[in-house]
Structures are given as structure tokens and as C-alpha cells.
Design a protein around this ligand. Structure first.
Ligand SMILES: NC(=O)c1ccc[n+]([C@@H]2O[C@H](COP(=O)([O-])OP(=O)(O)OC[C@H]3O[C@@H](n4cnc5c(N)ncnc54)[C@H](O)[C@@H]3O)[C@@H](O)[C@H]2O)c1
Ligand SMILES: [Zn+2]
Length: 354
């Protein structure tokens, strides 16, 4: 039995196909109605386990799966479903799914009737270690990621690695990219814990997930509204998001999962770090080696560099028209708000491609 992790008003529980803690919480809170938001896949693979274990009946709201669903049109459908099914201010929304469901569900719950309680039950590795933790909720605006949203914490997060049994290997790797990011921004100790020997073949093991959640929790507790250290969580993401958006909209390269794009961003931003800070070339090469041992290399045509660099202009960390990168001075030592010349980004593409 692992003790829950608490931060803010949220508690993160580690369960093993046993949802007693959730059942007890729902009874204690005396919610008027309980809704579960699922997507097509979690409806099939995850919902039965949850509903079998709960003593209360729930209303299920289902959305299509995939990032294309994470938009305001789907939010409207979920607001309408809540309204039509009789949700009121004292209702609860349980988000059962990956980051798309937890981001969108958190946003819908936080805005419906000016905010109802919500609980996240992440069912992907990425959502367990990252998306479901920390209270960032939101949806995309066209191709631009996470442009609309707010920070508001769930009441509870339930982690059950049993759900990972039906998740594809590619999706597991996508989550692994965020775990590697956590390792790099946290400490050499954590980075080595993840990367030594054959550890990454077991990235979905509970001890590694637990550590990754602890790192995210420590950062979001210190800086809930991303004025400072929380920005470190965006390491790999300035270029990662731009690459993800580019891959979704252009056919020169295949669409990439969030974590796949972030893995590329981590390599490129490590390279940029090695040129602009004290980050060592040796560590930079090691980051590239570790990531390419797990992720297939994507070759970017030179013609894509300009478009991808332009897309970084939409990054949410930007201020006053400047693109702000998070770099590393060392493993475990992030440096925030760094400016990077376009020519160095092009060099970073060449480093990644080589
Ligand atoms: N809020 C945050 O702090 C934060 C942090 C990181 C990422 N995100 C967001 O998270 C999203 C990505 O999350 P994701 O990678 O979980 O994607 P996702 O929610 O699209 O899930 C990936 C796929 O796996 C399926 N799936 C989910 N659980 C399953 C299971 N147990 N078995 C089989 N299939 C399952 C889904 O239906 C989907 O097809 C992005 O939108 C990203 O912006 C948010
Ligand atoms: Zn991410």
C-alpha cells in the first residue's frame, strides 16, 4: 500500500483495481449526480472496471478519441450533455482517460456552472505522470495547442497501472518522454534511475511512475501559476509543440504523438543548451543516445525548419513577442526564459537529424 501524495487540495491515490477510496469520497461529499467522461477507447477498456467497483450509479458521457477532439466544439457537447442529464453545481465529473480526456474534462468541469468538482483517473502513462497532475486544464484552438484553458485542480487523482495493460507500446513511449523530461529537470539521480541498464523497458512500473509524479508535484506546489520554476516542465516543449503541430498539419512527416514530438524537442533543446549554457556536450550526446534508443528517428526536410520555427511563436510561455526557451545548465539545473537565435535552432535540427 503506497501512501497518497497530497498537494494543494488534491490527493493522489495509488490503487490496484480497488476504488474504495473514491467510493467513500463520493458518499462523503454527497454529490447530487456523478458523471464519467470517457473517450471511445477508455469506454471499452477502462469504464467496465470502474463501474463494477463503484457502489453508486453514474452517467457516462463519451467523446471521440484523439487530439483533434480536444477543442471547444467537443467542450460544448459535454457542457450540453451535462446540462441535459441534469447536472447541477453539486455534481461531480470523473475524467477517465488520457490527457485529452483529463485536459478537456477538467476544463469543462471548471467552467460548467462556474466550476464543479472533478476527479482524474488517468489511463495512459503520459496522463498518469503528467497531464492529470497539476491542475492545468484546457483545449486547443485550431491547430494551436492548449490556447484556451485555466488552472484548477482536481479533488483527487487515482493512479491504477492496471489500465496500462491495454495501452499500445507507442502510447507508453509517449509517456516515457515526459518521465525522461522530469528526470532531466530534477536530478542526475533521477535521470540515472530511469536510464541506467534496462530500466526504460519497464517505464510503466509503479516505482518509476511514483517518482515522476513526485517531481511534478514538487514543482507545481512551489509554483501553481507558472510564474517561475513550473516553466521548467516545458523543457523540450517549445520545439516539441511546434513539431507536433507541424506534423499534424503537414504531410511531409507522419503525425507524431505528443511525447514523440517532445522527445525530439528534448534532444534539440539539450543541443541548444550545450551551445548556450554550461550543459556538457557529453550529457547532450547521452540524452540523444538514450532517446534514440527508444524513439524512431524522424527525418525533417530542410524545407520544414522555417515553418516549425515560426510555430514556436505560438508557444504559451512567450511574452512580449519573444520566444522563451527552457534550457539546462546541467542535469537537474533548468534555466528559464532563454532567448535562442533561429540559426541555432537550425543547427539543432541538423544535430537531431545527424
Ligand atoms: N494538463 C497538463 O499539464 C498536460 C501535460 C502533458 C500533456 N497534456 C496533454 O495531454 C494530451 C496527451 O495525452 P495522452 O498522451 O494521454 O493522449 P490521449 O488522451 O489522446 O490518449 C492516447 C490514446 O490512448 C487511448 N487510451 C487511453 N487510455 C487507454 C487505455 N488504458 N487502453 C487503451 N487505449 C487507451 C486514447 O483513447 C487515445 O487514443 C495532449 O493533449 C497534451 O497537451 C496535458
Ligand atoms: Zn508534454
Amino acid at each position: 500500500m503506497i501512501n497518497p501524495i497530497t498537494y494543494n487540495t488534491c490527493s493522489i491515490h495509488f490503487v490496484n483495481q480497488d476504488f474504495t477510496v473514491l467510493d467513500a469520497y463520493i458518499h462523503k461529499q454527497n454529490y447530487s449526480k456523478v458523471f464519467v467522461l470517457v473517450d471511445n477507447n477508455t469506454h471499452i477498456h477502462c469504464l467496465p472496471l470502474l463501474t463494477e467497483r463503484l457502489s453508486i450509479s453514474v452517467d457516462v458521457i463519451r467523446i471521440e478519441s484523439g487530439e483533434e477532439t480536444k477543442n471547444i466544439t467537443t467542450s460544448l457537447q459535454v457542457w450540453e450533455a451535462l446540462s441535459n442529464l441534469g447536472a447541477d453545481k453539486k455534481s461531480l465529473l470523473i475524467n477517465l482517460g488520457g490527457g485529452v480526456v483529463t485536459d478537456l474534462g477538467g476544463f469543462v468541469a471548471s467552467t460548467f456552472r462556474r466550476g464543479i468538482d472533478y476527479i482524474n483517473i488517468p489511463t495512459t502513462l503520459l496522463a498518469m505522470v503528467d497531464a492529470a497532475i497539476g491542475g492545468k486544464t484546457g483545449v486547443d484552438l485550431g491547430n494551436l495547442k492548449n490556447q484556451i484553458g485555466l488552472v484548477r485542480n482536481p479533488k483527487m487523482v487515482l493512479i491504477d497501472t492496471f489500465f496500462l495493460k491495454t495501452l499500445s507500446e507507442d502510447e507508453k513511449k509517449s509517456g516515457m518522454a515526459e518521465m525522461l523530461k522530469h528526470g532531466l529537470i530534477d536530478s542526475k539521480k533521477h535521470w540515472l534511475q530511469l536510464t541506467k541498464g534496462n530500466m526504460l523497458s519497464n517505464a510503466n512500473s509503479l516505482p518509476l511512475i511514483y517518482d515522476s509524479i513526485q517531481i511534478k508535484k514538487q514543482i507545481v506546489t512551489q509554483d501553481p501559476s507558472e510564474d517561475g520554476i513550473r516553466k521548467a516542465l516545458n523543457f523540450g516543449h517549445t520545439l516539441g509543440h511546434a513539431i507536433e503541430t507541424y506534423a499534424l498539419s503537414k504531410k511531409e512527416i507522419k503525425p507524431l504523438l505528443h511525447g514523440e514530438a517532445v522527445a525530439i524537442g528534448i534532444i534539440m533543446e539539450s543541443y541548444i543548451s550545450s551551445k548556450l549554457t554550461s550543459f556538457s556536450v557529453k550529457d547532450c550526446d547521452e540524452v540523444k543516445r538514450v532517446i534514440l534508443s527508444q524513439f524512431k528517428q524522424v527525418i525533417f526536410p530542410e524545407s520544414s525548419y522555417k515553418d516549425i520555427i515560426e510555430l514556436t511563436a505560438f508557444d504559451k510561455k512567450n511574452t512580449f513577442g519573444n520566444v522563451n526557451f527552457v534550457l539546462l545548465e546541467d542535469i537537474g539545473k533548468p534555466k528559464l526564459d532563454c532567448r535562442v537565435d533561429k540559426s541555432l535552432i537550425i543547427e539543432a535540427f541538423k544535430f537531431y537529424n545527424s
